[in-house]
Design a protein around this ligand. Structure first.
Ligand code: ADP
Length: 618
């Protein structure tokens, strides 16, 4: 609503002041005039009517009185003629009377004119009882006449009572009084009219002016108060907006504030971004405990090097965001208190340290890989030297064996010859096996390139088994391999995958040794998850297994349960980083037979093998 300026209010009020005063004044005069006129007229009418009624009543009373006297006289003097009785009654009451015979003929009158007037009036008929006639003119000073009553013998007596002179005077007086009253009222009205400006309009105007000013002052005060309130509200809103922006400006700290009941009241945008829950779903609805309970559900994605991402300090916490993704948080909790130290709520500030921890872990692993690579390089050098040295005599032994074999043909056949031929064939087999081991030793020293390729899982498994089989057999460890050579191909680096397998098999072997397992057995199988396009290579043993509390740590570098000198704690961490570099994952579970079940999950190779090859930076 548009606000009217203060000055406009005052002008409006001033304008209307005189107009209002004039209007009030006009109405007042009109009402006074009407009331006084009506009142005066009513008084005059009432006075005249009342006087007339009283005069008539007095005349009637007197008429009755005359008749009464005449009747009493007639009763007391039965022998007196009625005319004499009438004369006496008239004399006693100072009235004029006329006596009529039963046939209407006038018998007697105290006034000669009365007989004449009666004859005119009644024309030889009897006057009606109670009749009233005006005979003022006839009798001069008399006025008013009443036929009153019947006398004995059917005679009638007409008594005429003269008007009292005072009656007329009173009437006149009344009329003059009423006229004077009217005049007085008129003059009063005129005086009111003439003095009204001074007596009524001016004070009224002043009163209204004062009222208007008071009103304008009040409006001004209210407007000022409203403006102040609006300014205060704008300032408060600005303050709140600033606080919200301040909280949201924090690009790396999630802030959660609660009230004294631990219900969340403040929840900045960084907190929403990290935890994945919108402020709408959290503020005023959840307590901090409820929020963290929601964050404790199963994570959907597994973190790279998950076991190394575990909290390392008391104020670190691994949570699952709304998306299911795991986040490592560094939390700081403090109490919000009033000036007296009473707790008002709680402040939880946290930073998402997932990425920085990830970086640390990657760095550590890279470092370890470099160390391992250096070790492997020197080992490889030695292996190459030994291989070179062994190759020569081995070749010579092979050559010699084949020469003996050729020579034997000239001896034909026989028991001894057959025996020697069979032993020579076995010798050749052993020589081939030895050369293969020498080749693998050379490969160990020179892992070659790190490119990924679509490979059949069976081949590296067979190579590793060839390498380790005799050693495992000699320890009574049974190896069961169930892999379909025609199964789908996986994306990996073959030499590195072999390295991982060797690590896993050696670990199983050591675990059997430590636990003195009665019938040690290792199963190597492949599972294909077509939906997620993953191929899992599983190494399952019936050894002692990995205890729950240890399973989170075994992929950490330098974590070992083996005696000093036997374990380095590097095997699994390096295996883990190699598998991750294929885009795969390495995890441990409890085997159905109570041992450890290591799962190497690899991406399935989808297109032609040559197109799948990719280089991985060292
Ligand atoms: P190292 O073999 O040098 O100890 P690793 O990283 O290869 O280092 O293994 C770490 C730990 O994992 C081992 O010390 C052992 O406690 C545990 N481990 C690995 N494989 C198995 C297994 N098959 N059965 C039981 N425990 C195992």
């Amino acid at each position: 609503m548009a606000e009217t300026p203060i000055t406009d209010h005052r002008l409006l009020l001033e304008d209307s002041t005189t107009g209002v005063a004039r209007r009030i004044f006009r109405r007042f005069v009109l009402v006074i005039g009407l009331v006084s006129t009506t009142f005066g007229a009513a008084m005059v009418i009432y006075d005249v009517a009342d006087t007339t009624r009283q005069t008539s009543a007095a005349l009637i009373d007197q008429g009755h009185f005359v008749i009464d006297i005449a009747k009493r006289l007639a009763k007391s003097k039965p022998n007196e003629p009625l005319a004499a009785i009438a004369a006496q009654a008239a004399a006693l009451t100072d009235a004029e009377v006329a006596l009529f015979a039963a046939d209407g003929r006038p018998l007697y009158s105290t006034h000669h004119a009365l007989i004449k007037r009666a004859n005119e009036l009644y024309q030889q008929t009897l006057p009606t009882i109670g009749d009233r006639v005006e005979i003022t003119e006839t009798l001069g000073r008399h006025s008013g006449a009443w036929v009153v009553s019947a006398l004995p013998d059917g005679k009638r007596l007409l008594a005429v009572i003269g008007h009292q002179p005072g009656d007329e005077g009173r009437l006149r007086y009344m009329t003059v009084g009423a006229a004077l009253l009217g005049l007085g009222l008129g003059i009063g009205l005129l005086v009111i009219l003439l003095t009204a400006r001074w007596t009524l309009q001016q004070p009224l105007s002043r009163l209204i002016e004062q009222l208007s000013e008071a009103l304008a002052r009040d409006i001004r005060r209210r407007e000022r108060a409203e403006q102040q309130a609006v300014q205060a509200r704008i300032a408060a809103e600005g303050h709140l907006a600033f606080r919200d922006r301040l909280l949201d400006a924090s690009q790396w700290v999630g802030i959660i504030g609660t009230d004294h009941e631990e219900r969340i009241q403040i929840y900045n945008s960084k907190a929403a971004e990290v935890l994945g829950y919108d402020a709408d779903a959290v503020v005023g609805k959840l307590t901090i405990a409820e929020l963290f309970a929601a964050l404790e559900r199963q994570p959907r994605s597994t973190l790279p090097h998950r076991s190394m991402m575990q909290p390392q300090q008391a104020d670190e916490r691994l949570v699952a965001a709304a998306s299911g993704e795991e986040k490592l948080l560094h939390l700081h909790e403090s109490v919000i208190a009033d000036s007296a130290g009473n707790p008002l709520g709680k402040l939880v500030a946290f930073a998402d340290i997932t990425e920085s921890r990830q970086l640390q872990v990657d760095l550590k692993l890279n470092e370890l890989q470099l160390i391992q690579a250096a070790k492997m390089a020197s080992l490889g050098e030695m292996a190459t030297g030994v291989a070179h040295e062994l190759n020569q005599p081995l070749n010579n032994i092979g050559l010699l064996a084949s020469r003996i074999e050729r020579k034997l043909t000239s001896f034909g056949s026989g028991e001894t010859v057959d025996f020697m031929r069979e032993k020579l064939t076995r010798m050749q087999g052993q020589i081939q096996r030895a050369s293969k081991i020498i080749d693998q030793l050379r490969m160990l020293g020179h892992p070659g390139d790190r490119s990924l390729a679509a490979i059949s899982i069976k081949r590296p498994v067979d190579d590793v088994i060839d390498l380790l089989q005799s050693q495992f057999k000699s320890r009574g460890i049974e190896l069961v391999i169930d892999i379909d050579a025609a199964g789908p191909q996986a994306l990996a680096n073959e030499a590195q995958l072999e390295q991982v397998l060797i690590n896993l098999l050696n670990n199983a072997r050591d675990a059997f040794d430590d636990a003195e397992t009665a019938h040690p057995l290792i199963e190597i199988t492949v599972e294909h998850d077509a939906e997620h396009q993953r191929i899992a290579l599983i190494v399952d043993d019936n050894g002692p297994g990995v205890p729950e509390e240890v399973s989170a740590k075994i992929f950490q570098p330098f974590y070992t349960t083996k005696v000093a000198g036997k374990g380095t704690g590097l095997g699994l961490s390096i295996s883990y980083s190699l598998v991750r570099s294929f885009g795969g994952d390495l995890s441990v579970e409890r085997s159905q037979r109570g041992g450890a079940r290591f799962v190497i999950s690899l991406p399935q190779a989808l297109t032609a093998p040559e197109k799948q090859t990719a280089r991985v930076d060292p």
